[in-house]
Each structure stands twice: as structure tokens, then as C-alpha cells.
Design a protein around this ligand. Structure first.
Ligand SMILES: C[S@@+](CC[C@H](N)C(=O)[O-])C[C@H]1O[C@@H](n2cnc3c(N)ncnc32)[C@H](O)[C@@H]1O
Length: 230
């Protein structure tokens, strides 16, 4: 069986970033004990690490399949809000010369609240654990750079592909990155992200294509590929 190499700390983050990995029992515990204890304790110690690893792998493989046709060798990729990086690891494994830059936040909110976050204060990652996950799974350190959204000067090169799954415009406003994304795009840059307001992006980009639809989830978002920012 294909899986990722992860430890408890990394599995903990995967659960927070992808709540669908939590078992029904763990979700019940969250309702019963509240968000603080769930975030701090239950989501870390009431899990089976290898089970989470298998489930996370399957989930990331499905995500990888949804974007695979837009990937090529030798691409410069920017990932915004990658989480622990399972999708990006699959990109490295399948497109060996990819160069990936990550922009993430480096803290876990005390009581994570999922949903729209206008102030963009919610975060659930640890940049050191993101780096650890990539290295534990065989990615060489010189193949990636990680930037802390709140502290670093963001990378200023041009990217071929910008990815943000269930992060940009799913949890916080696209506006936060809009000007920056224009600066780092060239004429053929693709930007892929999930949103519930697909129509809005027809005003911002000349081309917007729906590549996946989540019809049966609460949010009913669409994964869109955008080109040519106006
Ligand atoms: C729901 S998780 C999705 C993680 C991953 N993309 C996935 O599909 O599994 C959202 C991620 O966005 C990150 N995030 C929140 N605000 C951000 C920002 N301004 N820039 C980059 N990442 C951010 C969070 O820390 C979290 O890891």
C-alpha cells in the first residue's frame, strides 16, 4: 500500500488541515469537549498515526489526480497554504525537476474555526514540520524554500503554476494576495484554487476554467484554473 512517512506531530497537523481525516468518533469528541481541547489534545493523542497517514495519502492522491494534467516537468511552482505538503510531495515524486516554493503560516490557532476568515488570523501549520515531512519522505532540502507569510519577504521570481487548495479564497480573501500574484505571474502562469464564488473571478482573469466541483460538501466550492490576470 502506498503511504507517507509521518510521525504523530505531523499527523496532528494533517487532521487539523483536513478535518475529513477525523473519524466519526473524533468528530463527536470535538462536539462534546469543544474546539480548544480538540485542537490541543484529542486531535493529537486520540488518533492512529499509520491510519491517518494512509488516509492522508489517498486524499492527496485524489487531489494530485485533479491537477495532474496541468503539471509538466521543470515547472516553478508556488504553493500557498500547502498544509504539511502531501500534494507537493506527490508532485516531486512524479515530476522530478519541479521547484516548489511554499508560503504558509507558522502557528496553530488556539480554537480553530473553519470557514471564512475575513481577518486571515486562523492558521494550522508549523513550518518546521512541513520541512520535516518533505525531508522524511525523500525530498532534498535544496529542492524547496518555505516562506512564513507573516514574517518573510515573499519570493519575487516568476512562477509557472500557483496552487492553493482549500486555502486562498476558500478561507481568506483573494485580495490579500491579488497584487502579489500579478507581480509573480508571467503570460502563461496558471493559478489553481478552490472558491465558492467562481463568477467573481471572471472579472479578475481573462480565462477561468472549472476543473473540479464539490457538489456534496457543505461549502459546494469549485476548483478553478485562472489565466491572464487583468
Ligand atoms: C484547510 S488547510 C489546507 C491545506 C492543504 N492545502 C490541503 O489541501 O490539505 C489551509 C492552510 O492554509 C494556511 N494559511 C492560512 N492563511 C494563509 C496565508 N495567508 N498564506 C498561506 N497559507 C495560509 C493554513 O495554515 C493551512 O495550513
Amino acid at each position: 500500500m502506498e503511504t507517507f512517512n509521518i510521525n504523530r506531530n505531523i499527523a496532528h497537523l494533517a487532521i487539523l488541515q483536513r478535518i475529513e481525516l477525523a473519524s466519526p468518533k473524533l468528530k463527536k469528541i470535538r462536539k462534546l469537549f469543544g474546539r480548544y481541547l480538540f485542537t490541543k489534545f484529542f486531535s493529537k493523542y486520540f488518533i492512529n498515526v499509520s491510519n491517518i497517514s494512509n488516509k492522508y495519502y489517498d486524499l492527496m492522491y485524489t487531489e494530485f489526480s485533479s491537477i495532474k494534467s496541468y503539471l509538466k516537468d521543470n515547472q516553478k511552482i508556488l504553493s500557498i497554504g500547502s498544509g504539511i505538503g502531501g500534494l507537493e510531495l506527490l508532485i516531486y515524486n512524479n515530476f522530478k525537476n519541479s521547484e516548489i516554493n511554499f508560503i504558509e503560516k507558522n502557528y496553530i490557532s488556539k480554537k480553530i474555526k473553519y470557514g471564512w476568515d475575513d481577518k486571515n488570523i486562523e492558521a494550522y501549520n508549523d513550518i518546521h514540520l512541513l520541512e520535516k515531512f518533505l525531508i522524511l519522505n525523500g525530498v532534498q532540502k535544496d529542492k524547496f524554500d518555505i516562506y512564513d507569510f507573516d514574517k518573510s519577504v515573499l519570493p519575487q521570481k516568476k512562477f509557472d503554476l500557483i496552487l492553493s487548495l482549500y486555502s486562498l479564497d476558500f478561507h481568506y480573501n483573494f485580495k490579500i494576495y491579488q497584487r502579489y500574484l500579478k507581480e509573480i505571474s508571467h503570460d502563461n502562469t496558471f493559478i489553481i484554487f478552490d472558491t465558492i464564488r467562481y463568477e467573481h473571478f471572471k472579472k479578475i482573469f481573462k480565462e477561468v476554467i472549472i476543473i473540479k466541483e464539490d457538489k456534496f460538501t457543505v461549502h459546494k466550492s469549485k476548483r478553478i484554473l485562472c489565466k491572464f490576470m487583468k
